[in-house]
Write a protein that binds this ligand. Structure first.
Ligand SMILES: [Zn+2]
Length: 415
């Protein structure tokens, strides 16, 4: 009797197990099509919105996100990043950084409010994201990477908010006046710590971000800065683009403690598709890439846009040889970080970011056009549609809403 029962159970279970590869891919496509997908970190060069980076015309190389590729890959929303690299901490340095930041804010507004407003719109709230998505347009949001442009003037945060900034990372590579970085600047001979976490100004910044309704972003912060931001923030915080040290102990990745501190705020950690952070890269590869950067006078991927065509072609050729010799990590390694973070902190604490145009991009997800592959890998690992929707944007929107609600309460209090 028992064996008959077991056989019956096995028969009943059979159809689910027997999903063919083609059926699984079709199911993943259906899930992907129904899911609102948000990539929380896409860099833009200073010439964004010009002919050199036209959102409708994928250029000859380089830039990884365009409106046609977003359509092709089913990527619905992207945080476009106002990033300024850390420089000299002087009146001149702050002024230059602020001016560079304003250029990027203006470029995003030009593209989303004017040039391609019929195809893409800037969202200021989670409700905006849902409304624009429903309208069939692509969604742009603005994140700020590195607090350097505000110098020592916290009042500038109000202006950043008005310009649409909805997350703010206090620090990038190299310490600044606000916080210690996960990666001290070796060229400046920086010590491991300058403030031992956040400076007094950096702490005030957390409070002001809470009051304004801008999400606090811990990516690029030192482990101590991360914990301090989580402790001080009265609203949920995010890691806009980081991996987890539990899978690979890179300085840019979150410790278990950091990840759980984010969870405690009700926040979310967006796992990053960045080759170097996903698993150990051969040191020879890193050295050869640095040498290539030096040879072409580059300090960040955005600088590629400045190269003349023949130099760019030569750079590309050398880079593809390097990639062949040492292949990049792939979507599987990215989802290993997602799996770990989900197991450690739960499904409500995890999301995804590409870091496209900023060094991000992996085998299988190297442009917006390939976004489906990320969903496919999650379906293969057994994630349900509901879980995938949370990871692809549901969690981030929940955090955005809580941050908005907190700011609304603060504004009422201070009226
Ligand atoms: Zn970054």
């Amino acid at each position: 009797m028992r064996s008959i029962l077991l056989a019956a159970v096995a028969l009943l279970a059979w159809p689910a197990c027997a999903e063919t590869d083609a059926e699984l891919i079709a199911r993943a496509h259906a899930i992907h099509d129904r899911t609102l997908t948000i990539d929380t970190h896409v860099d833009i060069p200073a010439n964004f919105g010009s002919d050199a980076y036209d959102m409708m015309k994928p250029g000859p190389r380089g830039q990884q996100v365009h409106l046609p590729t977003m359509l092709e890959g089913g990527l619905d929303a992207t945080f476009l990043i106002v990033f300024v690299g850390q420089g000299e901490r002087s009146t001149w340095g702050y002024a230059k950084a602020l001016s560079d930041a304003f250029v990027k804010f203006a470029a995003i507004h030009k593209v989303a409010d004017a040039t391609y407003h019929d195809k893409m719109e800037l969202a200021y709230t989670a409700a905006d994201v849902r409304r624009i998505y429903k309208s069939g347009k692509k969604v742009a949001l603005i994140g700020v990477e590195n607090g350097y442009p505000i110098g020592k003037d916290i009042r500038l945060l109000d202006q950043f908010y008005d310009y649409g900034a909805r997350y703010f990372g206090e620090v990038h590579n190299g310490h600044n006046d606000l916080a210690d970085s996960a990666q001290p600047d070796k060229r400046r001979n920086e010590a491991a710590e300058e403030h031992g976490g956040l400076s007094p100004l950096g702490k005030d910044v957390v409070r002001r971000l809470n009051e304004l309704g801008i999400m606090v972003d811990v990516s690029h912060s030192s482990d101590k800065s991360t914990l301090e931001m989580a402790r001080l923030s009265a609203a949920p915080i995010i890691a806009s683009h980081s991996g987890v040290k539990g899978v690979f102990a890179h300085p840019r990745n979150l410790t278990d403690e950091g990840l759980l501190a984010i969870k405690k705020t009700g926040g979310v950690a967006q796992m990053i598709a960045f080759d170097d952070y996903l698993r150990a890269v051969a040191p020879e590869k890193t050295a050869e890439i640095s040498a290539l950067y030096k040879e072409y006078g580059l300090t960040q991927p955005g600088d590629l846009a400045k190269l003349p065509a023949d130099a760019l072609a030569a750079y590309d050729r050398k880079m593809s040889e390097l990639e062949l010799k040492w292949p990049r990590a792939g979507v599987r390694e990215l989802i290993d970080h997602v799996d770990y973070a989900v197991k450690k902190a739960g499904i409500d604490t995890v999301g995804i970011a590409s870091d496209f145009n900023g060094g991000g991009g992996i085998a299988g997800w190297n442009s917006a056009a390939e976004t489906f592959n990320v969903t496919l890998e999650m379906v293969k690992r057994g994630y349900t549609e509901e879980q995938i929707a949370k990871i692809w944007g549901g969690n981030l929107l929940r955090v955005m809403e809580r941050v908005e609600e907190h700011a609304a309460r603060e504004k009422k209090k201070h009226k």
